[in-house]
Design a protein around this ligand. Structure first.
Ligand code: SAH
Length: 380
């Protein structure tokens, strides 16, 4: 049982089941020999020992900044907040609060991940895709997209440029195409042979378990598979019939089972998405504990069913990056190209909000424009 106490209609207290709550008019005491919280009308006092790290407690007065600040501190200390507080952080018009959230995330990032920004070399190896995701510019049915797949030689050339730039991580991304993914196996073996210490990250969509296993065996060790949205109905509204959230999540579990460092994430502001959906995304990731989390704003692409839909918000994306840094301090979180497309200087601004990874595009110039996931994609 989770305790929910509303005090004087301004205070919301949510406590974990094992915590004993004693409530007396203006004074609230939470006791378990470890924690003592005293709430008086003029403020909040929190006393606790080290042993309470996992304790989720949360108290705030909706209209008072000092309590909103406590919200951020609580998120930092407990790596968690109730839905209502997350909603507040995502939707608040208080610019000082939002800045504080980002600053706190940056601080935690520096402490946990260090000052280094990790650079990845992104090779968009093919835009041939069997899927027809409604938002995506390389969806199967979008006409006028010249389709390409890099040859093994071209991929090796890209890797060489990435490596020579001092970047030890290759990210091979492409449309979902199991036969072509299988065809990549010798190339991955060769990359692994040439660069034994490099990280080889794949992002090739939903594939059969055996193929994930074979790619791992060939030398790949990381995999990015965004869940896109954690809400099944919302997922269904973004994808054609036949694509299902639970299949995608099953793939993510399989990848983790196989020992891949696994990434997930969602588009921010995709058509029909609510703040509550974003909170569902955070809850799902708490459950799945991904090593990497990639999020970016939705950006419409011409010739897709969503071509006239508005873009997602860069500000919401930044706040989510910050919240995720506080919820998942160890995760690798990129400041994505989609964010930079919407917001000039977005990569740097994303780092300032708690991201620690940047993906630079190494796809050959001749093919780059064909990997047209969304409008105006910047070619970094
Ligand atoms: N086929 C792979 C890679 C997909 S493209 C897979 O299924 O995982 C990589 C990511 O780009 C997608 O996961 C999606 O989150 C993002 N994306 C696609 N279309 C987009 C759009 N219109 N705006 C913003 N991001 C988009």
């Amino acid at each position: 049982m989770t305790g929910l106490v509303i005090l004087r209609s301004e205070v919301l207290v949510i406590l974990r089941s094992e915590v004993l709550v004693i409530l007396r008019s203006e004074v609230l005491v939470i006791l378990r020999s470890k924690v003592l919280v005293i709430l008086r009308s003029e403020g909040l006092v929190i006393l606790r020992s080290e042993a309470t790290k996992d304790l989720l407690y949360f108290v705030f007065l909706r209209k008072m900044r000092k309590f909103r600040v406590i919200m951020i501190e609580t998120l930092k200390d407990t790596r968690n907040l109730p839905d209502s507080a997350l909603e507040e952080l995502l939707e608040s018009h208080d610019a000082t609060l939002a800045q504080r959230l980002k600053d706190t995330a940056r601080e935690v990032c520096l402490k946990v991940k260090g000052p280094e920004v990790l650079i990845r070399g992104l090779i968009e190896w093919s835009n041939v895709c069997r899927n027809d995701c409604l938002y995506c510019g390389i969806r199967r049915s979008r006409l006028g997209v010249p389709r390409y797949s890099l040859t093994a030689e071209q991929i090796q050339e890209c890797c060489e440029r990435v490596w020579n730039d001092g970047i030890p991580t290759f990210v091979l991304q492409g449309g979902e195409n199991p036969a072509a993914a299988e065809g990549l196996i010798p190339t991955i073996k060769e990359i692994r042979r040439r660069y034994p210490s490099a990280a080889i990250t794949l992002s090739l969509g939903e594939l059969p378990f055996e193929l994930y296993a074979a790619l791992k065996e060939a030398g790949a060790n990381r995999y990015l598979l965004r869940h896109e949205t954690a809400n099944p109905e919302h997922y269904a509204s973004l994808h054609p019939a036949g694509m299902r959230l639970d299949c995608r999540l099953a793939c993510i579990r399989e990848l983790k089972f196989l020992g891949y460092e696994t990434g997930m994430g969602m588009m921010v502001g995709s058509p029909g998405q609510t703040t509550l959906n974003l909170i569902e995304d955070l809850r799902l990731m708490q459950e799945m504990a991904p090593h990497m989390i990639g999020i970016g704003p939705f950006i419409p692409q011409d010739g897709t069913p969503f071509e006239n839909c508005p873009s997602g918000s860069a500000e919401t994306t930044l706040r989510l990056i910050a919240i995720m840094r506080l919820m998942f301090p160890e995760a690798n979180i990129p400041a994505t190209t989609a964010l930079a497309t919407l917001l000039p200087g977005g990569k740097q601004i994303g780092i300032q909000a708690g991201a620690n990874v940047i993906m630079n595009v190494y796809t050959p110039i001749t093919e780059r424009r064909k990997y047209s996931l969304y409008k105006g994609k910047t070619d970094v």
